[in-house]
Design a binder for this molecule. Structure first.
Ligand code: SDX
Length: 367
């Protein structure tokens, strides 16, 4: 094997996958993301990522029924959520909760393909329950039980607010979850594959992936991107704010991508949906501010927006607290992470790259 070195593993092929590729635009199991966003639901796309094929009507109904039956959390974990300080970031709480869930999952130690598929469905069902319950508990409200008749995004909004969400809100959230569901060897997926390549378990891999996604250079950017927009304040102030940021060599959150150098296809899809929701919710000024920033980022730095840039605004327009933006990314991406864990274990070799040594030459201890 020849040794190659590329900072940040840029351009390095670190494994094989049949789940998705960003090579020719983004496809999940061969289906273009544009088609999935337009014609599928998150649950259908999640089934596709996990099982490799789109579900039949019967399979989709059975999948929904299994998710509905698993949309609950042990009372001991709810009690723990009640005790965690309200100031703790939801991403940290979700990381802890994922680890806790292993103690109540009877198949936690079973690393077989079939058991990991079953565990994936339980995590898919339970993460929205945990995020919604914790948000209510920190606000002094009791959790709202899932309604097994609702789809995953509709259930999340129901459990968060205790009122039935509008079709429009559910559809917008559903599309964002499809776009966030899977993305080849991004940092958090690679972390999950690395963890399970030692034959460690699914909960350990997903806990590590949550910790990885939290970073502002990765999934945490969707929260930081809203902070940028709120800091800029208005379309009139955008140009001065961006020029000052670039002068400080600040990283503009929601822009740039290791792979997409001419634009993130997900951002294009989400921009259309976000501007429609903006018009309905009276947020045109924020859209104008975003547009000015986008034009400056491209004209001055050739930086296109990534998926997090429109998603931050969409979640804000849906009235979701900023602290839940990256946890929503987790709720969507857990199926991608898990599919990669299962694929890695089906054809595993422990990951152990080399390092370029830059330390001192061999030397003797002083006598
Ligand atoms: C996600 O990998 C995935 O697939 C991730 C993801 C997924 O679905 O899993 O797509 C989700 O994480 C999207 C990315 C979210 N992160 C951000 O929005 C944070 C801001 N973006 C940057 O930090 C950056 O663009 C990265 C981290 C996304 C990519 O970093 P790279 O490929 O290592 O690029 P780089 O840092 O080497 O930058 C190259 C040049 C540098 O300029 P120079 O130092 O060479 O002069 O471009 C500049 C950078 O300073 N640059 C930026 C910038 N991104 C790159 N300058 C200002 N703002 C930015 N956002």
């Amino acid at each position: 094997m020849s040794e190659t070195y590329s900072p940040g593993l840029e351009g390095v092929i670190a494994g094989e996958t049949a789940i998705s590729t960003v090579e020719t635009g983004l496809t999940y199991r061969g289906y273009a993301i544009e088609e999935l966003a337009e014609h599928s639901t998150y649950e259908e796309s999640a089934y596709l990522v996990l099982y490799g094929e789109l579900p039949t009507v019967q399979q989709a109904a059975e999948f929904r029924a299994r998710l509905g039956a698993a949309a609950n959390v042990p009372p001991e974990i709810i009690e723990t959520l009640r005790k965690i300080p309200a100031s703790a970031p939801t991403m940290d709480v979700l990381r802890s909760a994922c680890s806790l869930l292993a103690h109540w999952d009877p198949e936690a130690a079973d690393n077989s393909h079939a058991a990991n598929v079953r565990k994936t469905e339980r995590l898919l069902a339970k993460f929205p329950v945990i995020v919604a319950a914790r948000q209510r508990l920190r606000s002094g409200q009791d959790p709202v039980a899932a309604d097994s008749k609702l789809t995953l995004p509709a259930n999340f909004l129901w459990m968060l607010r205790g009122e039935k969400p509008s079709e429009r809100q559910v559809k917008a959230l559903d599309v964002s979850l499809i776009l966030y569901a899977e993305h080849e060897f991004n940092a958090s997926t690679f972390a999950a594959r690395c963890i399970c390549s030692t034959l460690s378990d699914l909960h350990s891999a997903i806990t590590g992936a949550i910790g990885t996604l939290k970073g502002p250079l990765h999934g945490g950017a969707n929260e930081r991107a809203l902070e940028v927009l709120l800091a800029v304040g208005s379309p009139q102030q955008a140009e001065a704010w961006v020029n000052a940021a670039f002068a400080r060599k600040d990283k503009l959150m929601g822009f740039g991508h290791r792979v997409y150098k001419h634009g993130d296809p997900r951002a294009v899809i989400l921009k259309r949906l976000t501007s429609a929701v903006a018009a309905e919710t009276g947020n045109q000024a924020l859209e104008q501010t975003a547009e000015i920033i986008e034009q400056m980022a491209w004209s001055q730095k050739k930086l296109p927006p990534n998926v997090d840039w429109p998603c931050a605004r969409l979640y804000h327009y849906l009235g979701l607290p900023m602290d839940l933006f990256t946890p929503l990314f987790v709720i969507a991406r857990v199926v991608g992470w898990s599919a990669h864990v299962i694929e890695q274990l089906d054809n595993n070799r422990i990951m152990r790259p080399r390092a370029l040594y830059t330390g001192p030459a061999v030397r003797k201890l002083p006598r």
